[in-house]
Design a protein around this ligand. Structure first.
Ligand code: UDP
Ligand code: MG
Length: 311
């Protein structure tokens, strides 16, 4: 973490992995918006182990822009890790994040910033008129968002939108395990009443293609049972999470045994099968929670990214 230089009002953090066709136009748009805001700012591009010309393009931009900082990771650690690295290096009082592929519109940034009054910690973008296929992208994302909002208690409609504004205290020190970027800002432990949403423009990807397919829907389902625990971890600590991770298995298992005993098991095929199914489900949920609490603990302990150099 760099502590030198004058205090900055704003850090704009952009994770990039193989975005060689997108970094230049995005840098241009961000610079224009940031200058119009008229506050001291920095652009923090986190190169997440790109194998294409992304880094070279960033270096060329850096040569003529002092506001641009490049955090070069020591490999491809994933979007959640790249964001965590950006948070660790951001020096601004406010931290904006957005995707590096041009899908988010920098022109929305001033409106999100204006919305972030003293009563709020986060303003999250909500994409209107999504530019992606309805059945394979938009519908799964709607269902996922509904479930995520219920599981976390943070009523955000579009948690997958990369464009968000945070107070720096909220993101400082975050070490997000793989995939947890999908549950921002809830997994940072923010209070639901301190989060607001703002409609934002959704554009087509500049060039290249998305890094994710439908498999991410399964990843979301797997992480879902752990969310009520994970959102409380930042404030309550890991011991609390471990206890809760074991609780569903113990509770439901014990309950089932009691019911089975009451039924005089084996009383018949159907109740026995139902009981087994319920036990398996409870075990799967418990295991999913324990798995994610474990990932969270390892992320806290070891960090989720390695920096090769900062420029
Ligand atoms: N990204 C990254 N590391 C990865 C995968 C993605 O830094 O391993 C970046 C990517 O370059 C982009 C952002 O994360 O700036 C969102 O990725 P993408 O546009 O592929 O996701 P989608 O918009 O399809 O959800
Ligand atoms: Mg994208």
């Amino acid at each position: 973490m760099s502590e030198t230089g004058p205090p900055l009002a704003l850090s704009i953090v952009v994770p990039v992995y193989n975005e060689e066709g997108n970094v230049e136009p995005l840098h241009g748009e961000l610079t224009q918006v940031a200058r119009q805001l008229g506050r001291p700012y920095e652009l923090v591009f986190v190169n997440d182990g790109s194998r294409d010309g992304t880094l070279a393009r960033l270096m060329a931009l850096r040569a003529r822009d002092e506001s641009l900082r490049i955090v070069e990771l020591d490999g491809n650690f994933g979007e959640a890790a790249a964001l965590s690295a950006g948070f660790a290096h951001a020096r601004g009082a406010l931290v904006v994040t957005l995707d590096g592929d041009g899908q988010n519109d920098p022109a929305d940034i001033p409106r999100l910033l204006a919305r972030l009054g003293p009563e709020l910690d986060v303003v999250s973008g909500r994409r209107s008129e999504r530019q992606e296929a309805f059945l394979s992208r938009v519908l799964p994302s709607r269902i996922a968002n509904w479930l995520i909002a219920r599981a976390t208690g943070v009523p955000v409609h579009d948690t997958g939108c990369g464009l968000k504004v945070y107070r720096r205290e909220v993101v400082a020190g975050a070490q997000l395990p793989r995939g947890m970027n999908r549950f921002l800002p809830a997994v940072l432990g923010v209070r639901p009443t301190r989060v607001a949403e703002e409609w934002v423009n959704d554009r087509r990807r500049g060039s290249g293609r998305s890094h994710y397919g439908l498999s991410r829907a399964f990843a979301v389902l797997r992480d879902l049972p752990a969310l009520p625990v994970l959102v409380r971890l930042p404030r309550r600590g890991l011991a609390f999470g471990r206890a809760l991770g074991a609780a569903p298995v113990a509770l439901v298992g014990g309950l089932l045994l009691a019911i089975l005993a009451g039924l005089g098991w084996p009383a018949g095929l159907v109740p026995a099968l139902l009981a087994w199914f319920a036990t398996l489900l409870a075990a799967a949920v418990g295991a999913a929670i324990a798995h994610d609490v474990g990932r969270w603990a390892r992320a806290r302990e070891h960090g989720v990214f390695r920096v090769r150099r900062t420029l």
